[in-house]
Write a protein that binds this ligand. Structure first.
Ligand code: AMP
Ligand code: MG
Length: 507
C-alpha cells in the first residue's frame, strides 16, 4: 500500500533521497567501488510499478540520464556505490566467500511507509567486476536479465514476497557464456539483499562481533518488534524460519521452482531473491528439476520445502554464537514444519475453492497430486479450469477433462471432489455456489504465469532489438488472475518446441 500522497509525489531520478544504512556498517561488510561503464547502453525494459515504489517518475525512463545511471555509467546524486561480502553453502557444500561478484548497491531510496526499513535498496546486477567476482566477469547477460526482470514483477503480481525489478539496460558488449551473448544490467529493488550466507560469512570466520553487528542491524531495521524479545536472536531465527516456510509454501502453490536454493540465495527477510534458472511447473512432475546444472535434483520441485528447512539450519548454525544454547536454536527451527503445513493447507484449500477444512481433505489432495503426476497435467491450467467446474453440470468439465490422458481416473477424482463440495454447502453456505466458488478460485489460481517459452520468445526478439514483447508480457503478467481475452494465447499450453528449452546456472 502506498502511503497517502506517496505515489502522487513522483520525483525525477536526481531527486531520489538516498540513505545509506548498509554503508554505515563497518567497512569489513563491503567494498566501496564504482560500477564498470557499459558501452553504448540502451533501455530494454522498465517497470512503472517498481518505479512507483520509490516514487520515481516513469517519465524518466526515456531520458539519457536514466539509461546512463542504470547502466552503471553515471552515479546519481547521493549514491554511494558498494559491493557487499557474504559466503554460503552451494549445493550442500560450504563454498567459503562469495559476495556481490557482479552486483553494486547504490544506496537505499525512500519508499512507501510500509516497506520494512522505509526504504528500498537499489542494486545494479551485472555492473562489472568487484573484489568478490572470483572467476566471473562481473557481467550478466541480456537473456538472464530479462528473465529476472519479468519474473520479479510477475511474482509480485502473484502476491509472493520478492525483490522487484526496476529496469534492464542492454549493450552490445559481448559476454561469453556457453555461447557468445551480450551484456546487460538489471536493477533490482528490495528492503535488503542480506542473505543467510551474510551471517554464515562471519560465523565461519569466528568473528562474533561482526555477526552481532549484522544481526543487530537486521533486527533494528527490519524486525524492530523483536528488539525487546526475551531472546532477540532466537526470535530472529524463529521469525526468519517462519517466513521462509511460508514463502516456500507460496512457491509450491503456484508451481514456482527457484532452481538454486543455496544459502547465499536465501533472503534474511523471507523474500524471493536471485532469480536464475527458475521455472514454473508445466506438465506436473513432483520431481521436476528446472535447473539443467542441478544434475542430482537437489532443488527439484518436491525438494524445495525440505531444502529450505535445511537452509534454515545453516542459518541457525551461524547464529549459534549469538543464541548461545543449541536447544534454543532447535526450538526456533522447530516451527518450520507447522508453519509450512499450515500455509500450504490454507493455500491448497483456497486453490480447491474449499472454505472449510475437513478430516479427509488430505486424501482428496493427495489423490489430486497423484492424478496430476500420472497424467502430467499442466499445473496452471489444471487449477484454473478446476474453477470452472459446476456441481450439477459435468459438461462444463470438458476443457478440464481434456487435460487428462486417463479420463476415467479424472472422472473418479472429480466425483470425489463434487461430493466434497457438496459437504461444503452444508448449512446453506451459498458462497460455495458455482459462481462464487469460481470467482474465489480464479482470484488465487493464476491464468498467466511466466512460462519459459514466453520468456524465450521475448528474449529472442530483444536480442534483435525488438523490446515490445517484454513490455507486452509485463502487462499480461501484472494481472495474472484476470481474464485478458486479447491475451488468451499467453495462457495456452506450451508449444512442442518448449520442451527443448534448457535453463542452467549460466547467467
Ligand atoms: P548466483 O548463482 O548467480 O547466485 O551466484 C553465485 C555467486 O557467484 C555470487 O557471489 C555471484 O555474485 C557470483 N557470480 C555469478 N556470476 C558472476 C559473474 N558473471 N561475475 C562475477 N561473479 C558472479
Ligand atoms: Mg546469488
Amino acid at each position: 500500500m502506498n502511503a497517502p500522497g506517496f505515489a502522487a509525489a513522483l520525483k525525477p531520478l536526481d531527486q531520489l533521497p538516498f540513505s545509506h544504512s548498509y554503508a554505515a556498517l563497518p567497512p569489513a561488510f563491503y567494498t566501496r567501488l564504482q560500477p564498470t561503464p557499459l558501452p553504448a547502453p540502451y533501455l530494454v525494459c522498465a517497470s512503472p510499478a517498481a518505479a512507483a515504489l520509490i516514487g520515481l517518475d516513469p517519465a524518466e525512463f526515456a531520458t539519457p540520464e536514466f539509461i546512463a545511471t542504470f547502466a552503471g555509467n553515471r552515479i546519481p546524486p547521493g549514491a554511494q556505490p558498494l559491493a557487499a561480502v557474504y559466503s554460503g553453502h552451494q549445493f550442500g557444500v560450504w563454498a567459503g566467500q562469495l559476495g556481490d561478484g557482479r552486483a553494486i548497491l547504490l544506496g537505499e531510496a525512500a519508499a512507501e511507509a510500509s516497506a520494512p526499513g522505509g526504504a528500498l535498496e537499489i542494486q545494479l546486477k551485472g555492473a562489472g567486476l568487484t573484489p568478490y567476482s572470483r572467476m566471473g566477469d562481473g557481467r550478466a547477460v541480456l537473456r538472464s536479465s530479462i528473465r529476472e526482470f519479468l519474473c520479479s514483477e510477475a511474482m509480485a503480481a502473484l502476491g509472493i514476497p520478492t525483490s522487484r525489478a526496476l529496469c534492464v539496460i542492454g549493450s552490445d558488449e559481448p559476454v561469453m557464456r556457453e555461447r557468445l551473448e551480450t551484456a546487460a544490467v538489471a536493477t533490482r529493488l528490495a528492503p535488503s539483499f542480506i542473505r543467510f550466507g551474510s551471517f554464515e560469512h562471519w560465523y565461519y570466520r569466528d568473528r562474533t562481533a561482526e555477526l552481532k553487528t549484522l544481526a543487530d542491524y537486521v533486527i533494528a531495521r527490519f524486525y524492530p518488534e523483536l528488539r525487546d524479545a526475551d531472546k532477540p536472536y532466537q526470535a530472529l531465527l524463529a521469525e526468519v524460519t517462519r517466513r521462509t516456510a511460508e514463502l516456500v509454501a507460496q512457491w509450491q502453490a503456484v508451481g514456482f521452482m527457484h532452481g538454486v536454493l543455496n544459502t547465499d540465495n536465501m533472503s534474511i527477510l523471507g523474500i524471493t531473491i536471485d532469480y536464475g534458472p527458475f521455472g514454473f511447473m508445466e506438465a506436473f512432475d513432483a520431481g521436476h528439476i528446472c535447473n539443467h546444472s542441478d544434475t542430482q535434483g537437489r532443488y527439484a520441485y518436491a525438494m524445495q520445502p525440505k531444502i529450505c528447512h535445511w537452509n534454515c539450519y545453516a542459518l541457525g548454525q551461524a547464529l549459534l554464537p549469538l543464541i548461545g544454547e543449541v536447544d534454543d536454536v532447535h526450538a526456533a527451527l522447530s516451527g518450520y514444519a507447522s508453519a509450512y503445513q499450515e500455509k500450504i493447507d490454507a493455500l491448497l484449500h483456497a486453490k480447491l475453492g474449499l472454505q472449510t477444512r475437513q478430516d479427509d481433505d488430505s486424501q482428496l489432495i493427495d489423490a489430486m497430486f497423484k492424478l496430476m503426476q500420472d497424467n502430467h497435467v499442466d499445473f496452471t491450467l489444471f487449477f484454473r479450469r478446476l474453477g470452472d467446474l459446476q456441481q450439477e453440470n459435468p459438461a462444463a468439465d470438458e476443457p478440464l477433462r481434456d487435460l487428462f490422458i486417463d479420463r476415467p481416473a479424472f472422472d473418479d477424482w472429480a466425483s470425489q471432489y463434487r461430493l466434497r463440495l457438496g459437504r461444503e454447502n452444508d448449512g446453506g453456505r451459498d458462497s460455495a455456489s458455482d459462481a462464487a466458488r469460481r470467482a474465489a478460485m480464479h482470484a488465487v489460481n493464476p491464468k498467466y504465469i511466466l512460462r519459459n517459452y514466453l520468456a524465450q520468445v521475448a528474449i529472442e526478439k530483444a536480442q534483435n532489438k525488438d523490446f515490445s514483447e517484454i513490455a507486452r508480457l509485463l502487462k499480461v503478467l501484472e494481472h495474472p488472475f484476470d481474464d485478458q481475452p486479447e491475451y488468451e494465447a499467453y495462457a495456452a499450453l506450451p508449444p512442442d518446441w518448449a520442451s527443448q528449452l534448457e535453463v542452467s546456472c549460466s547467467s
